[in-house]
Ligand binder design. Structure first.
Ligand SMILES: [Fe+2]
Length: 301
């Protein structure tokens, strides 16, 4: 089996308002909120995994760790050797560090942005504990084979450096959008990388102040995009991008602001990577930016 990242497995988010996140995760996102190991942490479940998101009380309101999975122990060792061979500063974690993350083994490194990556294998999967959504859902979250979703990061490094680094990890892709955005004199380039049946797993825009631009979950039924939209409207949370369909991943989705000030995207109907590069100047339809709510997310010119 080729040694490559197989999915976006988990992330850790630093949140300044844990109570607000707990209610948002459960009542808006429909995630299963579980106690953490102490009063300042919570685990968020969306399938049989022990967790997909760990919340840590922290003033950063940003992503603190990005957990990327490899298939097993042989791939883990090969990946560590490959990264060391490429001159990356990698540290294989202790048993205690792996146990703390509910995985068999973990290694730590930074990407060219300086963002913390945790490459792991062997997540704790709890088939005795079916996913129990925090509120009613029509279906579940689409995670099998594609990881728990995708994430767009605000890059600090060049596309070239990011592409070269993530190619070492086995991700593929490139610039897929050259898109006109409000307030930008020139079209903005966005890069998308994939490693499984999800059209993209990591994307890079920016730069901007936070590491993360948005976090996307895909639902199995269109009704859950609609229901989430109703709940977001009812709760008067700021919608940042109206419902519409992306040209690249074909998800029907919309974007709204979470308690940490970055965006969540909920989508349905995504396609697999096409295997050949393409680029787009517009989305398929919809996805109109809500300008008064979008100003915090503008990419500086
Ligand atoms: Fe997205």
């Amino acid at each position: 089996m080729a040694t490559e990242i197989t999915e976006l497995g988990y992330i850790t988010i630093g949140v300044s308002d844990l109570a607000a996140w707990e209610s948002f995760a459960s009542q808006v996102l429909a995630l299963d909120v579980r106690p953490g190991e102490n009063a300042s942490t919570r685990y968020l479940r969306m399938d049989y995994w022990h967790h997909r998101i760990k919340l840590v009380e922290d003033p950063s309101d940003d992503v603190m760790a990005i957990g990327l999975r490899v298939a097993g122990v042989l791939e883990f060792r090969e990946m560590a050797a490959r990264l060391e061979g490429a001159g990356c500063d990698v540290r294989v974690g202790t048993d205690a560090e792996a146990t703390e993350r509910h995985v068999l083994e973990v290694m730590f490194l930074e990407d060219p942005n300086g963002f913390p990556l945790e490459i792991f294998h062997g997540p704790l999967v709890q088939y005795d504990q079916p996913f129990h959504p925090g509120r009613g859902m029509h279906g579940g979250f689409k995670t099998a084979g594609g990881g728990f979703g995708h994430m767009m990061l605000n890059r600090r490094a060049s596309f070239e450096d990011l592409h070269a680094f993530y190619t070492i990890l086995g991700l593929r892709g490139g610039v897929e959008y050259k898109i006109a955005l409000p307030g930008q004199p020139e079209p903005v380039e966005l890069m998308f990388l994939h490693c499984n049946s999800r059209q993209h797993t990591l994307a890079f825009g920016g730069p901007a102040e936070k590491r993360v631009n948005h976090l996307m979950f895909e639902v199995e039924r269109l009704e859950d995009v609609g229901l989430t939209h109703d709940i977001v409207r009812l709760a008067q949370l700021p919608v940042i991008i109206e419902p519409g369909s992306h040209a690249n991943d074909h998800n029907f989705s919309f974007y709204f602001k979470n308690p940490s000030g970055f965006m969540n995207e909920i989508g349905w109907g995504g396609r697999a990577p096409t295997g050949q590069s393409e680029y787009f100047q517009r989305d398929a339809y919809g996805h109109a930016p809500v300008l008064e709510n979008m100003k915090d997310f503008m990419v500086p010119a």
